[in-house]
Ligand binder design. Structure first.
Ligand code: F6P
Length: 545
């Protein structure tokens, strides 16, 4: 179905012509209860939607649009295990990864929940051994460093969650994350490590990803150079769906933790892909992390759309992106430990909804996925917030802030006021963005007339504020699930398959050809375009080939 031909779409298109008049000052003045009514709760997350440029008509229109797009039935179909990833003919069941053990979800007649819990038990047993020092390396030394090698979802989920939950790390184990095929990534991660105390987790759904296998081979060479080939069994474990390739690489499949084709890479941190996180925070905390996802899954599946937090977040994004042509969204965690969260969401959102054809293969007739980016506050305030406040592009922003500091304040008894200042800045930013400072207010403050235009803030720049008590494993799980379901909501309205990623394939294929041309012993015959041919020759010259 082309959603843009429906009456529901037309209603919102009409409403969008008055977008310029949807002023936040006026909206707040007209309704003293706006903040209260538009602040919703899911689990531990309090989500303030009131600083969005929407009124009751727009919100009702968006909910009607979601109904028309069939969001409730799509949510049910996903939870049931229907093959909604049609271009890859797969179910989409990341919600099964956190389903309670007593639930049954079948794919091709097999209960996937039982399989999930089986892997979780194996992960927990392995994790306990490593953390307790019972699993030792080849020389008998305990493991001190876990190096996760993976890329995309096999890196961003592990590294983001590891960094976010730094307060819960095991005191002996440190984590390192290697993703880029740029050798500097691996070499700088290994430079100060002792092979005897290092455990590699090779994380790859397919176990065919060039970057990961290149890094894994080099890591194995680094290890065996000092400990010999027999050491691999105690220093390499794999997380993958591809048993054959894991065995072909030389990793004992007893030390492999599996998952399934119905888990997309960017939806996989709560599968065995989260092994490096479990090693860091322990199995019990990991199950709290999963419980957090579950709270939001249940809310998404059972709450009417007009109070359904992830659905409303997704619909508001559709309003900005498709009806008001706002190209981008900023994610601004006021938490240093969430510093990789924007990058994580970049993959989740842009790989899911960065698409120009619908699931049925027809071109979409509206703007789809936004460009997602961001940095933690307060650092961003001293770089790109200038544009957010006074630039010509309106950038809706997500502010994320915790009641408690992420660190243990008692460790730094002399330090004062950090968290209050952090939170004050977060709240000040969303206030300034929303309400600005008019020219009249600036002039009334005694600013000289020539400077008034420069010191005026237009306001009307929308944002969501998500506040939670503390950055715990549970809260982190809730946050991730919130965004997963937001992304799904958008994809359903746009009619996309949010679960494939064909757009990454062409570059991978071309790189395979080019790499053999770069290192060919004799001048290769080049058949690319003139620019690419010349760049290949230039590189060969630089390398003396
Ligand atoms: O290149 C895209 C992608 O397929 C992502 O979707 C995925 O997360 C990443 O590559 C890594 O894939 P794998 O886990 O199979 O190595």
């Amino acid at each position: 179905m082309d959603i843009t031909t429906t009456d529901e779409w037309a209603t919102l298109r009409d409403a969008a012509t008055a977008f310029d008049e949807l002023g936040l000052r006026a909206l707040f003045a007209a309704d003293p209860d706006r903040a209260e009514q538009m602040t919703l709760t899911v689990g531990d997350l309090v989500v303030d939607l009131s600083k969005h440029r929407v009124d009751a008509t727009v919100m009702a229109g968006l909910v009607a649009l979601a109904e028309r797009a069939g969001l409730p039935t799509r949510i049910e179909a996903m939870a049931r295990g229907d093959r909604i990833n049609t271009t890859e003919d797969r179910a989409v069941l990341h919600t099964a990864l956190r389903a309670p053990a007593e639930r049954t979800i079948e794919v091709d007649g097999v209960d996937v929940v039982a399989a999930v819990h089986d892997v979780l038990r194996r992960m927990a047993a392995f994790t306990d051994r490593v953390r307790d020092g019972d699993w030792t390396g080849h020389t008998g030394a305990v493991i001190e460093t876990v190096v996760n090698i993976g890329i995309g979802g096999s890196d961003l989920g592990p590294v983001m969650t590891y960094e976010a939950l730094a307060a819960f790390h095991h005191p002996r184990l440190r984590g390192r994350f290697v993703s880029n095929v740029d050798g500097s990534d691996l070499f700088s991660a290994l430079r100060d490590l002792d092979p005897a105390t290092t455990l590699f987790v090779i994380a790859s759904k397919t176990f065919t990803t060039q970057e990961t296998l290149t890094n894994a081979r080099s890591a194995r060479a680094w290890l065996t150079a000092s400990l010999g080939d027999d050491a691999v069994a105690k220093h390499f474990v794999a997380v993958s769906t591809n048993r054959d390739e894991v065995a072909a690489f030389g990793i004992d499949t007893n030390n492999m933790f599996g998952f399934w084709d119905w888990v997309g890479g960017r939806y996989s941190v709560d599968s065995a892909i989260g092994l490096s996180l479990m090693l860091a925070i322990g199995a019990e905390r990991f199950s709290e992390f999963l419980a957090g996802f579950r709270v939001v899954d249940d809310h998404f599946a059972s709450t009417p759309l007009d109070r359904n937090v992830p659905a409303l977040l997704g619909l508001i994004e559709v309003w900005y992106r498709s009806f008001n042509k706002l190209p981008t969204r900023a994610v601004l965690p006021y938490s240093r430990y969430l510093h990789r969260f924007p990058a994580y969401l970049q993959q989740l959102d842009m790989e899911s909804n960065g698409k120009r054809v619908r699931a049925d293969g027809e071109p979409v007739a509206c703007e789809t996925g936004p460009i997602v980016w961001g940095e933690p506050g307060t650092n961003g305030q001293h770089s790109f917030h200038q544009l957010l406040h006074q630039g010509t592009t309106i950038v809706p922003a997500d502010f994320i802030v915790m009641g408690e500091p992420d660190h243990d304040e008692s460790e730094f008894p002399g330090a004062r006021g950090h968290h209050d200042l952090l939170v004050a800045n977060c709240l000040a930013q969303s206030e300034a963005l929303a309400f600005g400072r008019s020219a009249a207010e600036v002039a009334a403050a005694g600013i000289e007339p020539a400077l008034v235009p420069h010191r005026t803030f237009p306001g009307n720049r929308p944002s969501t504020t998500i506040m939670a008590p503390a950055l715990t494993p549970t809260v982190l799980g809730q946050l991730i699930a919130l965004y997963e379901h937001q992304v799904m909501t958008q994809g359903v309205v746009w009619g996309l398959n949010s679960f494939d990623q064909w757009g990454v394939e062409l570059g991978k294929m071309l790189a395979r050809d080019i790499v053999s041309e770069l290192d060919a012993p004799d001048d290769p015959e080049l058949t690319h375009d003139a620019s690419t041919n010349a760049l290949i020759r230039r590189y060969r010259d630089l390398r003396g080939r």
